[in-house]
Structures are given as C-alpha cells and as structure tokens.
Design a protein around this ligand. Structure first.
Ligand code: NAI
Ligand code: OAA
Length: 329
C-alpha cells in the first residue's frame, strides 16, 4: 500500500539543530521507516539561502521516503497542511544570557507562528516546540491557536530525559536500555527536576539502588539540569545533534507510542495533575498509545521531589505571568 506523505514543517531549518534534524526526518527516523514525508522549511529571509543549500544536500542523499521539499519565509505557506510542526527557530541562548532575557526576544516569533498553524495546519497537527524557552514558547503558540486542541502543543524535555538516563546508567553501570520510568518534571531550564524515585534500573528501583541522596541532590540533578550550559561552555555553541535526536525521539514516541511498562517525559499542558496549575506547559511522565499521550497517574511524590517540582512549576508560572504582561498570551 502506498502511504500518503506526511507534511512535516521545520522552522529554523538553516540553524544548527535544523542541520542535524532534517536528514534524520528524511531518512525515516521521525515517523517510521515506511512513512514518506514532505518537508516544509521555514526560515527568516537571511536564512533562506543556507536552507536552500541544506535542501540541495537532502536531494543529494536520494532518500526514498523524501517526496518533496519547500522552502519559504512565509509562515502561512510553511504550515499549510502541516501534520507535524517542529518549532526550532528561535533566538538561542548564548554564554552568560539568562532564560528570562529570551522571553521577549522569542515571544514575537511564536505568536505569529501559532496563528499561522491555527489558520493553515491539518486537523491532526502535532506541534513540538524546541526553541527556548520551550515551555513558554509553546504556551504562546498555543494561545494563538484557539481552534486547535491545546494538547497538540508540546515542549521538548526529551533531551533532559535522555541526559538523565545516560547519567544514571553511568552511575549504576547499567546499559541505558535497562533504565525505565525516569521522569523530568517542570520546565526545560535549570529548575527542571529529573526524578529517579520511580525509575527502574534493570527492574530495581533506581533510588534504592543508588541509595545516596547527596549524590542525587548535589551531582545528578545539577548535572542534568545544567547540561545545556555545560555544552555551551565546552562547545562554544548550544547542543545541536543531541537536541535534534531528542526531537526525533519525542515525535516518534508521540506517534508510535511508549513501550509496555515504560514511560517518557514531555512538556504538555497541565490538566492539574500533581498540583501543577492547569494550562501551564510542564513536563510530566507520560505514556502514549494510538498517537495520544496520558499523564501517568498515582505516583507517590515524596518531600524531596515535591519541593523541586514546585520550584520548577513556580518558574513556569512566573514565565506565564511575564508573557501575559507582554500581551503575548
Ligand atoms: N528544548 C531543548 O531541549 C533545546 C532547545 N534548544 C533551542 O533550540 C533553538 C534553536 O537552536 P539552534 O538550532 O542551535 O539555533 P541556531 O541559531 O543555529 O538556529 C536558529 C535558526 O532559526 C532561524 N530563525 C530565527 N527566527 C526564525 C523565525 N521567526 N522563523 C523561522 N526561522 C527562524 C534562524 O535564522 C536560524 O537559522 C534555540 O532556541 C535553542 O536554545 C537547543 C537545545 C535543546
Ligand atoms: O540552553 C540552550 O540554549 C540549549 C538547551 O536548551 C539545552 O542544551 O538544554
């Protein structure tokens, strides 16, 4: 059976994440090895030439699943009929810049893009916001798309999730594939909370196995939460290939589901679960089935976790209030 190509729109296509992302989308890693794709690349006028160069390279790969590439600086065209939108284009944080500084710089990008998605995308649109501050940018885009169900707007915390798995694997000597049920709570920022209290390492409870609260508090959590800054410090540029990889993982899981007995982390509009105010786009543990995610319910939250979740959620509430004051939502 010949499948209809899925329209995938990528913003910031000429940027460093875009360069790492597009080839993997075109080779079938985003949706599946049997799903053809049309790529729509949105850039600002200064980025169009570089995006055309990337499109030439995509052509040169002769990917069997890649059915077409369109490049534009017009958001209405870029999101026309889009089934999946990866909102990557943003003003990246540079050394010494705080996330708060990014709010006003990026709000102007995500408001019009949300409207363009609202007016042009396909009915089944799924949106992943990668560009920082990702959670609040997702909130801004969602607020400008009243005709689209709110839960279709998600923010990326999968890179944090993957980073946490990797750190826990190193600490315990386990394979990354042995680690399950890890959770990132809250904001994709230094306040995020990587939670191992419900995680499993080869079937054993991770917190009990590690049995070292000082390591959790003083090493694990800060290493994961500040990894983005550490990469900037080391590379002189923010994470790109790992961020692209996480974006692929996020959408692949959203479309194809979580494995039995496991879950993942996604920034999604809160329904009030775990005391996170309704509407904030916060990271939660989620399972996915048939293209729909659900928050994992009934997890016991200890005092150690409660304080950290609350702190990150508080930051999200402050970001929401700031963009509200700027008239962006
Ligand atoms: N959520 C996460 O885990 C992560 C998020 N990020 C964020 O992803 C974003 C992109 O990072 P990079 O690719 O490294 O940045 P980059 O600066 O290399 O590329 C950004 C691209 O976006 C384009 N752009 C800017 N405004 C645009 C608009 N209105 N429409 C379309 N394109 C536009 C620029 O021309 C540029 O080509 C940054 O905000 C970064 O902080 C990065 C790593 C992880
Ligand atoms: O801080 C940045 O711009 C990059 C980022 O989000 C990360 O690596 O987690």
């Amino acid at each position: 059976m010949t499948r209809t190509p899925v329209n995938v729109t990528v913003t910031g296509a000429a940027g460093q994440i875009g360069y790492a992302l597009l080839f993997r989308i075109a080779s079938g890693h985003l949706l599946g090895a049997d799903v053809p794709v049309n790529l729509r690349l949105l850039e600002i006028p200064q980025g169009l030439k570089a995006a055309e160069g990337t499109a030439m390279e995509l052509d040169d790969c002769a990917f069997p699943l890649l059915r077409g590439i369109e490049i534009t600086d017009d958001a209405n065209k870029a999101f026309d009929g889009a089934n999946v939108a990866l909102l990557v284009g943003a003003r990246p944080r540079t050394a010494g810049m705080e996330r708060g500084d990014l709010l006003s710089a990026n709000g102007g990008i995500f408001k019009p893009q949300g409207k363009a998605i609202n007016d042009n995308a396909a009915d089944d649109i799924k949106v992943l916001v990668v560009g920082n501050p990702a959670n609040t940018n997702a909130l801004i885009a969602q607020a400008s798309a009243p005709d689209i169900p709110a839960e279709r707007f998600t923010a990326m915390t999968r890179l944090d999730h993957n980073r946490a798995i990797s750190q826990l694997a190193k600490k315990t000597g386990a394979a990354v594939s042995d680690i399950k049920r890890l959770t990132i709570w809250g904001n994709h920022s230094a306040t995020q909370y990587p939670d191992v209290f419900h995680a499993e390492v080869a079937g054993k409870n991770a917190a009990e196995l590690v049995n070292d609260e000082a390591w959790l508090a003083d090493t694990f959590i800060p290493t994961v939460a500040k990894r983005g800054a550490a990469i900037i410090e080391a590379r002189g540029a923010s994470s790109a290939a790992s961020a692209a990889n996480a974006a692929i993982d996020h959408v692949y899981t959203w479309v194809n589901g979580t494995a039995e007995g496991d879950w993942t982390s996604m920034g999604i509009p809160s329904d009030g679960s775990y005391g996170v105010p309704e509407g904030l786009i916060s990271s939660f543990p989620v399972t996915v089935k048939d293209g729909k995610y659900e928050i994992v319910q009934g997890l016991e939250i200890n005092d150690f976790s409660r304080a950290r979740i609350d702190a990150s959620v508080q930051e999200l509430a402050e970001e929401r209030d700031a963009v509200r004051a700027l008239g962006l939502i």
